[in-house]
Ligand binder design. Sequence first.
Ligand code: G4P
Length: 528
Amino acid sequence: MSVHPEIDKRKTFAIISHPDAGKTTLTEKFLLFGGAINTAGAVKRNKANQNTTSDFMEIEKQRGISVATSVMGFEYKGKRINILDTPGHKDFAEDTYRTLSAVDSVILVVDSVKGVEEQTEKLMEVCRMRSTPVIIFINKMDREGKDTFDLLDELETKLAISVCPQSWPIGQGHTFKGVYNIYGNQLNLFEPDKAKVTEPVIHVKDLHDPTLSEYLQDKALDKLKSDLELTEGIYGPLDKEMYQEGLLAPVFFGSAINNFGIRELLETFIVIAPSPASREADQRMVYADEKAFTGFVFKIHANLDPKHRDRIAFLRICSGKFERNKFYFNTRLNKKLKFSNPMDFMANDKTLVEEAWPGDVVGLYDSGNFKIGDTLTEGEELQFKGIPSFSPEIFKEVENRDPLKTKQLEKGIQQLTEEGVAQLFIQQPGNRKIVGAVGALQFEVINFRLEHEYGAKCAFRPLSFSRSSWITAKDKKQLQEIIQRRSAHIALDKDGNAVFLADNDWAINLAKRDFPEIEFHLTSEFKK
Ligand code: G4P
């Protein structure tokens, strides 16, 4: 099958990390190298204050900025690079997981001092679910970090992925001299400097090239040689297919803040990272080079102006060509919609999009039509897979604090949860509303926005649940039985699927034992 040049040139990915490992810095440096911005600091402002859990005014401010940086696109050496931004704060992890449904690969940043952290593992799990290809960037090599071999071992064991170093660090912290690029046979010398964007590169024939000793002392060179001998035996050459299948992660070393290792990473990335290929829908596999347009909504952003209820729905194009002012079919609503102002967002600029290709993301102004996961086509009945809900960690019951504003509260909760701020579960009797979120911050965001955008007031009553598990059974009667016998633990999600709410894993295991015919699923996406 011949791939369209517009598709072939696109590389759509996300940079992800545990907070503070260097995601924002690396994103910014990519944009600097790509010429999309010309000063450092443009992306940094996007970062919400990660240490506060109650500063929602700050969050409101950040909301505006994060629309602007939702997709950062630039051209580099004939490729169109689309970086999809993900929130730094761990309370917004679910937003990150959804954004990962819209990328073709990721770069995972790991702090050389801290190694694999909690959020690194969770993010990797989400990548594994979809077999997303992962490149690992070990950042902060200018600091005294972990031993390189130990770090690679840690990546393999904690992230359950094979690794293959593409470069090798020479020293670290105050003795960090640079990296040896294994396959390009070149020495990249480290000079700590936050301002410059080039690094001295020394091309050599191989490790025995006498030029090397002009730059490295005997001790450092001997260590490099013995490390690389070991490395070759353990990791071997890069298997590109295994990388593209999400089974093996190429590893790079650098220091994002000092612009070190960025160019090497970016240049390998554009060669090995996959272009948009195919995507699974409930009905069939959809290929990027099919003629007919298809796409799905993976993120919805409320407008900042509370007087205007518009939202921006972010659409990832999966196949064909998207065109402005053409009617497209929303398969869930069974309705044709036309978009006269599709937008491309970059830093503080937004531009009107006339056409877009697979891998691109466009922002569509929406007055409340879209839900996350909606599929758009030229008429075909399709529903893209891969945008599941994950189990929240905090559950609270909504209590109306202003009976005169009941309708506003209903509408607000509905719209905010459709936007993906948190998940809504309905429990009987009495249609009790339970909101589930990954972090405490979401409840504050909901409270704040309900009051300011909908004029409604609510309180959240804490519940003891900390897990949700989607339940199915081959026999409907068996499902009814657990729903009746464990009604205090059962609720329905936004699509009417039954969910078992539990205090901990132990309670889920107990339920599994008591109801062996029921299947418990970790996410909302299960084979029906
Ligand atoms: P995040 O988006 O993953 O949360 O991380 P971010 O890029 O904001 O980086 C977190 C901190 O790590 C920042 O310091 C940043 O300057 C620093 N950092 C990034 N890359 C490197 C590196 O290669 N070496 C070293 N030593 N530090 C690095 P901060 O003090 O939180 O912010 P700032 O005051 O520097 O802006």
